[in-house]
Design a protein around this ligand. Structure first.
Ligand code: SME
Length: 162
């Protein structure tokens, strides 16, 4: 028997076909979190946060996710690694969450995290957040795959949302 390892970028084309068949934004988000969570053993929590207005303030609201329930269902832009990625409009990779004062803990098991913003027509509309129980789990290939998934979501929203 040959052991096959799922290399992160192998999933990019699978994600492309899933996006081609998606009929709703939440359906596509659910398919993306399921795929990443099931195929990549170090991706222990995978979820989307989407920007919403909350009494006039921008707020990141938890969308579809896989993994343990999190207390952080609404995150202001000035809080957490999630807030940092959305407000800067840049991917944030944290190899050791315990050493990052911005980190909002979801699970004591989490050791590293990647957060990738989603853009629609140049504006941040949300983000893809992934936590790992393994320190420094997110290397260059993971970053490429996560940025691909976030870009795919942004393109889908540009095409389908009003
Ligand atoms: N750790 C994130 C909060 C969300 S949980 O990871 C699901 C942060 O620091 O923003």
């Amino acid at each position: 028997m040959t052991a096959t390892k799922t290399i992160p970028m192998d999933l990019a084309s699978v994600l492309d076909s899933v996006a081609g068949e998606a009929t709703t934004a939440s359906g596509l988000m659910t398919a993306i979190v399921n795929l990443l969570h099931e195929k990549l053993p170090n991706y222990n929590w995978v979820g989307f946060y989407m920007l919403e207005k909350d009494a006039g303030e921008d707020m990141l609201a938890l969308g579809p996710f896989r993994g343990a329930a999190t207390p952080h269902t609404r995150i202001p832009l000035n809080q957490g690694i999630c807030g940092a990625a959305a407000s800067r409009g840049e991917t944030v990779v944290v190899d050791d969450v315990a050493a990052d004062p911005r980190y909002l803990a979801c699970s004591l098991e989490t050791k590293s995290e990647i957060v990738v913003p989603i853009f629609v027509r140049g504006k941040v509309v949300g983000e893809l957040d992934i936590d790992s129980h393994v320190p420094a789990a997110f290397g260059a290939e993971d970053r490429q795959l996560c940025e691909h998934a976030a870009a795919l979501m942004g393109t889908w929203l540009e095409k389908h949302a009003k």
